[in-house]
Design a binder for this molecule. Structure first.
Ligand code: NAD
Length: 249
């Protein structure tokens, strides 16, 4: 059987990088999408290659339709097939109250978290769907516990974007269920990545970690485990589901 190909968006660092590494360990050829962190993405490719895996780094802003189309064309050109997509790229803006949130900020968050994931899912369906001659596949959207938990004074716009992403997961799963494609999501809770440095207040992770029932923030690899289960054939009867990976939060 020929080797499967997975595309992970925003995979230069954090949760995306953990997913890329685990996918390579599971034998996938890994396409690592990045927007700006070229050094990190290429470093990851080298790490995977050094361990005997196959990977490439592909630059694209997932919020830009032309760049998304070029990204998927690059996957086609390099590996000739796509079996799994993980919509991991996501952004958070600095923590602030609702009165201070502008339309520009809302639109920027939705452009990456919702439109970007939608466009990548569309391109994946065009390639995976048996309706278009594809052989099926799996899509996993990286949502957030914020989508259903709510968090006063913390990223109401971000939470709304992730709730929209969950609706995409549920609706698209039903639309393509008869075409060999499963669509699922994960809702990470507090995960120990650099995202908090760019979006949250200093010390946010330390402040919130004790309130997590499991008593700590999660590791990116713990999210990757859930994502790769959803991608795998072990999840063959699971579609339209969003799994919490939040330490019980
Ligand atoms: P991170 O900031 O470390 O990584 C996100 C990556 O996405 C970065 O490499 C960034 O460059 C990339 N990216 C952002 N916008 C992009 C775009 N338009 N096109 C391409 N790449 C883009 O964050 P992380 O913590 O690893 O988060 C990964 C995902 O997990 C995000 O969707 C985030 O919302 C979600 N999440 C994270 C947490 C957490 O606590 N860290 C919790 C819940 C959900």
């Amino acid at each position: 059987m020929s080797q499967k190909t997975i595309l992970v968006t925003g995979a230069g660092r954090g949760i995306g990088a953990a997913i890329a590494l685990l996918a390579a360990q599971r034998g996938y050829r890994v396409c690592i999408n990045y927007r700006a962190d070229a050094d990190a993405a290429h470093g990851l490719v080298e790490r995977i290659a050094a361990a005997g895996g196959t990977a490439c780094a592909l630059q694209a802003d997932v919020a830009d339709e032309a760049q998304v189309e070029a990204l998927f064309a690059a996957v086609d050109a390099r590996y000739g097939r796509l079996d799994a997509l993980v919509n991991n790229a996501g952004i958070l803006a600095r923590q602030t109250r609702v009165e201070d949130i502008s339309a520009a900020r809302i639109n920027a968050i939705f452009a990456t978290n919702v439109t970007g994931s939608f466009l990548c899912a569309r391109e994946a369906v065009r390639r995976m769907s048996t309706r278009h001659g594809g052989s099926g596949g799996a899509i996993v959207n990286v949502s957030s516990r914020a989508a259903v938990l709510g968090s006063p004074n913390e990223y109401v716009d971000y939470a709304a974007s992730k709730a929209a992403l969950d609706a995409l997961t549920i609706g698209l799963a039903k639309e393509v269920a008869g075409e060999g494609i499963r669509v699922n999501g994960v809702r990470p809770g507090l995960i120990l990545t650099d995202m908090h440095a760019s979006g949250g207040e200093p010390g946010r992770v330390a402040r919130l970690a004790p309130s997590v029932p499991l008593g700590r923030g999660g590791e990116p690899a713990e999210v990757a485990n859930a994502v790769m289960w959803l991608v795998s054939d072990e999840a063959s009867y699971t579609t339209g589901t969003v799994i919490d990976v939040s330490g019980g939060r």
